[in-house]
Ligand binder design. Sequence first.
Ligand code: SF4
Length: 352
Amino acid sequence: MSSTLSFSTMVLNWFDRHGRKDLPWQQHITPYRVWVSEIMLQQTQVATVIPYFLRFMERFPDVQVLAAAKEDDVLHLWSGLGYYSRARNLHKAANYLIENYQGVFPNSVETLCELPGVGRSTAGAIAAIAMGIRAPILDGNVKRVLARYQAVQGWPGKTAVARTLWDIAESYTPEDRTAEYTQAMMDLGAMICTRTKPACALCPLMESCVALQQGKETCFPEPKPRKILPEKSVRMLMIINDAGEVLLEKRPVTGVWGGLWSFPEVITESDLDGQVADKVGITLDRIEKWEPFRHTFSHYHLNITPVKASVKQGASMVAESGRWQWYHFDNPSELGVAAPVKKLMEKLRQSL
Ligand code: SF4
């Protein structure tokens, strides 16, 4: 491979031979399908996304159906994918498209950026892949390739570093075959220029890659300056009534797992009974503490102690409001729950 070829030609030549062309969102390409896939692929691997994407498309085949759905139904299909604000934003954005654009995606990066949850890179991907518009992208994969190729110093979370990378991305994006080039860059980052073990020997950019020449491939992009994550603790109460149902609480829309269903929580160990009586109006019986475990968010560790208990008194006091519900394992309703809650529910079901 000669380095006299342009960057995009080297990448496209590689893509023609090795790029992925059979992913579900590469078939029947529409802005809607590209948008949903791009949102799902943020923070999540392709292999994990595929079944979620297929289920999502079956249930919500277009913007109109998604906009008309209940948020709970959207969150339910998202259960286990994490970063649930992505699902809420998809739902909001579908409604925004109906209200402002008659359900048709606007055809510029600037207007696509109006959609909740759509940043410049996602807008660029929709524009390039679904509309053939020349627009750069800079998702995690592309950032890594470019930062290494030009040995860009600094953490890309810093504005100045991000600006440099956007300028490079812009300068390399070709006029022709923009859609394939965009897909090619994502593939190159995911398949060859991987985070810990880049396969430089197979890379179409190896002759001119500065990081490789310096023997410092994995030093770029520079990591975020480390900080120690704070810890929080919580007790999750798995309260079972006489009918074998477990009490669930809908979480507030803001905060972690916003809008999802979870077990009622208390912060401290002391006076568990009193706290529950105050919060839910229930007296507990047969309290059984389970092994604590840790769930890590991007900004803190959450130490979770599950506590199983049965209701002694007051189960009927839990109003059938939108906030609480008794969930029956034999007759499950479709709910959005966070991954650790889902896991605990499964353990709980087996223990009954
Ligand atoms: S040569 Fe290696 S480090 Fe450079 S872009 Fe290719 S895979 Fe990444």
